[in-house]
Design a protein around this ligand. Structure first.
Ligand SMILES: Cc1cc2nc3c(=O)[nH]c(=O)nc-3n(C[C@H](O)[C@H](O)[C@H](O)COP(=O)(O)O)c2cc1C
Length: 261
């Protein structure tokens, strides 16, 4: 078991490894860059990146202040603040379309991704964001909009706390970011070499969240200790072709702990 875990972390040696042809090399069409959703759904608008009025803070201050924060207060986040956090973690600023078949070839985002495949989807458990009803949402990075998935518990944060093995601070979060991996989106190009990178990429995404919350009087603490089946079931994921890989709870922090210029 331990060997399998270590092997996953090593760089696959393309020269010495088995003769593997990727689905891309076989000419299989690429999977979609975003999980599809019913087209008749009403989407929820977010604040566009160019319209964000979040007061900037120096990058070095954000880096120096970064820490895991678990002491959340009851103050809600605004939709603008949530829009900002979604943008910095998965925002799409460029889409390249393959003119041969009209399909998206790559997306360029605010975080890096091997081969620009971006295999993660962002789900949110919202409990205290002004103007959003509590429940589960999915971020549509290509549209920069939210898809409302389900109402869930009235106190969805408490349910998440249970799923995270009763970690108490999770129950006090205003919004919980939940990143799920769609492995085939990157296996299509890299086959057995795909998996190491996906874990690294989750770190890139969450680090942006850690830094960005410092600019909005908030904090976050990332979480790897959770019940895999319970969280996948909550989001309606099959646990094989899509499953949760990382979580981070976000909430406002006391005024005296916030950044002030
Ligand atoms: C991959 C990963 C998983 C983590 N999982 C948890 C967790 O389940 N619960 C928790 O309270 N903190 C978790 N943390 C936060 C760490 O405890 C924290 O980063 C560490 O104590 C260092 O503190 P700092 O982030 O304030 O520097 C996790 C951090 C990482 C990077």
């Amino acid at each position: 078991m331990i060997d399998a875990g270590r092997k996953f972390l090593k760089a696959y040696d393309w020269n010495q490894g088995p003769d593997i042809q990727t689905d891309q090399q076989k000419g299989v069409p690429p999977p979609p860059f975003q999980k599809p959703y019913p087209k008749d759904t009403t989407l929820i608008d977010l604040v566009a990146p160019q319209d964000l009025s979040i007061a900037p803070i120096p990058l070095l201050n954000a880096i120096n202040r970064r820490k895991s924060r678990r002491g959340f207060i009851d103050e809600p986040l605004s939709v603008e603040e949530l829009s900002f956090l979604l943008w910095v973690t998965q925002g799409v600023h460029k889409v390249a379309v393959d003119i041969r078949h009209g399909k998206i070839e790559t997306t360029k985002r605010t975080v890096p991704s091997g081969g620009s495949r971006h295999p993660h989807e962002t789900y949110l458990a919202v409990s205290n964001v002004t103007g959003l009803q509590p429940g589960i949402y999915r971020y549509l990075a290509l549209e920069h909009k939210l898809l409302f998935l389900s109402q869930g518990d009235p106190d969805i944060a408490k349910r998440l706390s249970e799923i995270c093995h009763l970690q108490k601070f999770v129950a006090k979060a205003s919004v919980i970011f939940i990143w799920a991996l769609i492995p085939y989106r990157i296996e299509w190009r890299y086959s057995v070499a795909a998996h190491k990178g996906t874990a690294i990429e989750a770190g890139h995404i969450c680090q942006n969240l850690y830094l960005a919350v410092e600019a909005i009087g908030s904090g976050t603490c990332s979480i790897a200790a959770y019940d895999q089946k319970a969280i996948d079931d909550l989001l309606g994921l099959d646990g094989t072709d899509e499953f949760v890989v990382y979580i981070s709870a976000v909430g406002k922090i006391p005024i005296h702990s916030r950044y002030s210029p």
